[in-house]
Design a binder for this molecule. Structure first.
Ligand code: ARG
Length: 455
């Protein structure tokens, strides 16, 4: 480490051990905060002018230098301790002693918390856009396959038929909640710690409200000890990221499973599949497997930070530098997983024939409901239809292939209208209360979903 560039050399006589310096330094990863750091420094410079610490002329000289640093810095100075030291060293190179005044009443503790919140605010906005694109891909896929019916499963056993659009809308809803969560996290991210200084607050008359507004923060932190040591906003972000990954991994699993020969519901396009180096016939869903796998990594980021924060004494501790890599890694992982998921959705097709939902007794509930409408208590109808299914299995037939005479052996309530009542169309259209898979409802849910994306 370049000893002359240290922000804290005065009290020291000996040199920093190079191995420890490498361990301590964060510049290799916190350089991602560069823009935020310079932006916050420019705003802080204005606040120092307002507080009478810098004259207007000194302030504008510092700000011009910071603009220049922002415009043309390259990060090849590997000796910087962290992004804050890096920017300050550049500033001093450009402005000499004047640059040494910028850190008045400020600490890297409130600085890093401010930078990180500025960075995260943008990252959240980016993620919001990318999640929205996956939602768009889901709606496009639903519309391309309007009217296509697939088996719905519980316990991974055939249960009741649903429209493929209904399946798409299920994931759409999960992602809508994810975006809502990101919005909520953003309101707690968007609070400014700057002016808390090291831990006790600043000794200079900085107008924190004005400073906050100039950086687009909606509020200022109320307690300096809390402000420099709070990383709740990171944990909340990682938690929102984790849920996004839970949702993507379930989507991934459905697609992986439905694209097997055993299920045969979906076909993977060449653009998002890979082959085997040994088995010539293989077409593997690596894209979705990686998304499913990366969920674990993001949960790891969440757990790592929770564990780091647990039991830390107030206020700032260097442990907290570990927040950065967890958050950056989660952001990168979630962003790339979302992008790939959207691409997959744009490169799969439904195998309408294989998707057929007319086998597997998925209209058994319909048959029981039929008896209920004829006056039989549901529990009894359930029992009767269970016996009918056993018979159908013996005969190797589906329920709608049984004759009226076959059915009447189980109940005299079966009549001529029974076959219509258990048809696939009827099975679907009867699910007509809000949230159901009746085609009319799904069509209006699709339209509402599309509409909500434009809001
Ligand atoms: N690189 C540090 C971090 O990310 C910046 C704050 C350092 N503060 C200190 N007192 N050493 O947490």
């Amino acid at each position: 480490m370049d000893e002359s560039k240290k922000l804290w050399g005065g009290r020291f006589e000996g040199k920093t051990d190079p191995g420890f310096a490498g361990f301590n330094n964060s510049f290799r990863f916190d350089q991602r905060l560069f823009e935020a750091d310079v932006t916050a420094s420019i705003a802080y410079c204005v606040a120092l002018e307002g507080a009478g610490v810098l004259t207007a002329q000194e302030g504008s000289q510092i700000r011009r230098a910071l603009e220049e640093i922002l415009a043309k810095s390259s990060f090849n100075d590997s000796s910087a301790e962290d992004v804050h030291s890096f920017v300050e060293a550049r500033l001093i190179e450009l402005t000499g002693d004047l640059g040494r005044r910028l850190h008045t009443g400020r600490s890297r503790n409130d600085q890093v918390a401010t930078d990180f919140r500025l960075w995260l605010r943008e990252a959240i906005d980016d993620l919001n856009t990318i999640v929205r694109d996956v939602q768009t891909a889901l709606l496009d896929f639903a519309e391309t396959n309007r009217g296509v019916v697939i088996p719905g499963y519980t316990h991974l056993q055939r249960a009741q038929p649903v429209l493929v659009a209904h399946w798409c809308l299920a994931y759409f809803e999960m992602l809508a909640r994810d975006r809502e969560r990101l919005r909520e996290v953003r309101t707690r991210v968007n609070v400014m710690p700057l002016g808390s200084a090291a831990l006790a607050g600043t000794s200079f008359p900085i107008d924190r409200e004005v400073l906050a507004r100039s950086l687009g923060f909606a509020a200022v932190s109320r307690n300096s000890l809390d402000a420099v040591s709070d990383r709740d906003f990171c944990v909340e972000f990682l938690s929102a990221c984790s849920l996004i990954m839970v949702h993507l991994s379930r989507l991934a699993e459905d697609i992986i499973l439905y694209a097997t020969i055993e299920f045969g519901i979906l076909e993977l396009g060449d653009a998002i599949a890979t082959g085997s180096s040994l088995m010539p016939q293989k077409k593997n869903p690596d894209s979705m497997e990686l998304v499913r796998g990366k969920a674990g990594r993001v949960f790891g980021d969440l757990l790592a930070l929770l564990t780091t924060l647990k039991g830390l004494p107030l206020a700032y501790n260097k442990d907290m530098q570990e927040d950065k890599e967890a958050v950056f890694d989660a952001y990168d992982t979630v962003a790339s997983s979302l992008r790939v998921s959207a691409t997959v959705l744009r490169n799969i097709s439904v195998n309408s024939e294989r998707a057929s939902a007319s086998t597997g007794y998925m209209n058994a509930t319909e048959l029981a409901d039929y008896l209920v409408r004829k006056g039989m208590p549901f529990r009894e109808a359930h029992e009767v239809v269970g016996k009918v299914v056993m018979r159908a299995i013996e005969l190797g037939k589906e329920l709608d292939q049984l004759s009226l005479a076959d059915l009447r052996e189980f109940s005299p309530l079966f009549a001529e209208d029974v076959h219509v009542a258990i048809s696939l169309e009827q099975t679907l259209s009867s699910k007509s209360q809000v949230g159901g898979t009746a085609p009319k409802l799904v069509a209006s849910a699709l339209a509402a979903a599309r509409q909500s994306l434009n809001e």
